[in-house]
Design a protein around this ligand. Structure first.
Ligand SMILES: NC(=O)c1ccc[n+]([C@@H]2O[C@H](COP(=O)([O-])OP(=O)(O)OC[C@H]3O[C@@H](n4cnc5c(N)ncnc54)[C@H](OP(=O)(O)O)[C@@H]3O)[C@@H](O)[C@H]2O)c1
Length: 342
């Protein structure tokens, strides 16, 4: 089959199509004929040689796909166990989901999505509702799983609370705004332009902050503070994030786009009785990913099915143009997700 390979660590031009062996469905796995793959910043780090695929996954990039099931491994037919921690025989089955050849699905991967086919544990696969375009569905797994795991399962956002989303127009941000709104939170966003902020407003954001012209911490304090902050900026924002927290506020860090090492004023955090956490989805063991996907299926998927929450897609590129697609991602002018079509 064809895949997009990293021929050497470097810029977008090192991404080149090549031939690789077809995957085979192991126990508890499905093979998906890929229709589209979602782009992620992790793919860019991987291209530069800094973030290889975890053990057991193909070496080419791609953390999420949509497509059609073409092979079902032993135990992946879905023996209902309801736990989300795997099906019969401990193979990591579909958590009661049940998949068959021909199903429309999307999946969370550890790597290997930039290809015509991929094998994935059934417990990391979600059905694509008829109402959702199958190509657009490639933009759902990574953002839905990340936002649900951090903002809801970890930080416990509740209705009536204020959620501050940094990078509100990003792939992650566009999902965080929709889910925050859907679960009854007041949503604030930061972004660098009027166009990006307007997109956030259309998705349901209530408080729009252009961080290039105003101090987000000051703005949020004037609104009573943020109960939960979803941060992708890192060191540069740490002090101001603590400043922007409401009492008992929770900061969930998922990226450090503007630096990792930072000094922290524990006194300021204590005064807020605040919590600071940081997580990475890709590094989690399969069991944890299965539990997140099971929780997503139970709590978020009904909102996808009824159209309350939708994938926001900025652009589609043919698979062979993965380099051009990553160039667009790095330029950061996009709103939502960038996809590769097979
Ligand atoms: N930990 C995890 O499990 C996990 C999972 C998925 C994604 N992530 C990470 O989350 C981040 C967002 O992912 P994504 O797919 O949504 O990426 P994306 O669509 O490329 O968005 C990145 C956003 O970050 C903002 N940004 C970049 N540099 C900034 C800076 N210096 N100051 C303020 N804002 C800045 C940009 O917004 P403006 O243009 O408005 O500045 C942009 O919208 C990525 O770094 C990704 O690796 C982490």
């Amino acid at each position: 089959m064809r895949a997009v390979l990293i021929t050497a660590p470097g810029g977008p031009s090192v991404l080149q199509p090549g031939e690789v062996p077809d995957p085979v469905a192991g126990p508890g796995e499905l093979v998906i004929d890929v229709v589209a793959a979602g782009l992620n910043r992790a793919d860019v780090l991987q291209r530069r040689g800094a973030y290889p695929s975890p053990a057991g996954w193909p070496e080419w990039p791609g953390l999420e796909v949509s497509g059609i099931v073409s092979e079902v491994g032993v135990g992946a037919e879905g023996v209902p166990d309801g736990s989300g921690f795997g099906g019969a025989g401990g193979f990591g089955g579909a958590g009661g989901a049940g998949f068959a050849v021909g199903d429309r699905v999307c999946a969370l991967l550890g790597g290997g999505g930039y290809a015509e086919r991929v094998a994935v544990p059934a417990a990391q696969v979600l059905p694509v509702p008829d109402e959702v375009d199958l190509v657009d569905a490639a933009g759902l797994p990574e953002v839905v799983a990340t936002v649900w795991a951090n903002v809801f399962l970890l930080a416990g956002l509740r209705a009536g609370e204020t959620l501050l989303v940094h990078g509100g127009s990003s792939g992650i941000g566009t999902m965080a705004v929709q889910l925050g709104r859907a679960f009854g939170a007041r949503v604030a966003v930061t972004a660098r332009s009027a166009e990006k902020l307007e997109a956030c407003r259309e998705l349901g954001a209530d408080i729009l902050i252009d961080y290039t012209t105003s101090d987000f911490a000051e703005r949020i304090r004037a609104e009573g503070g943020a109960d939960v902050i979803l941060d992708v900026v890192g060191a540069d924002y740490l002090e101001r994030n603590i400043d922007a927290l409401a009492t008992n506020g929770r900061i969930v860090t998922i990226a450090n786009l503007a630096g990792g090492p930072a000094a922290i004023d524990l006194g300021a955090l204590m005064a807020k009785r605040g919590t600071l956490s940081a997580t990475s989805l890709r590094a989690r063991p399969a069991k944890e990913k299965a539990a997140i996907i099971a929780s997503v299926r139970e709590n978020v998927w009904p909102l996808v099915e009824n159209g309350t929450v939708r994938p926001v897609v900025a652009a589609r590129f043919p698979l062979a143009e993965a380099g051009e697609a990553q160039r667009l991602l790095e330029g950061s002018t996009h709103i939502g997700k960038i996809l590769l079509t097979v």
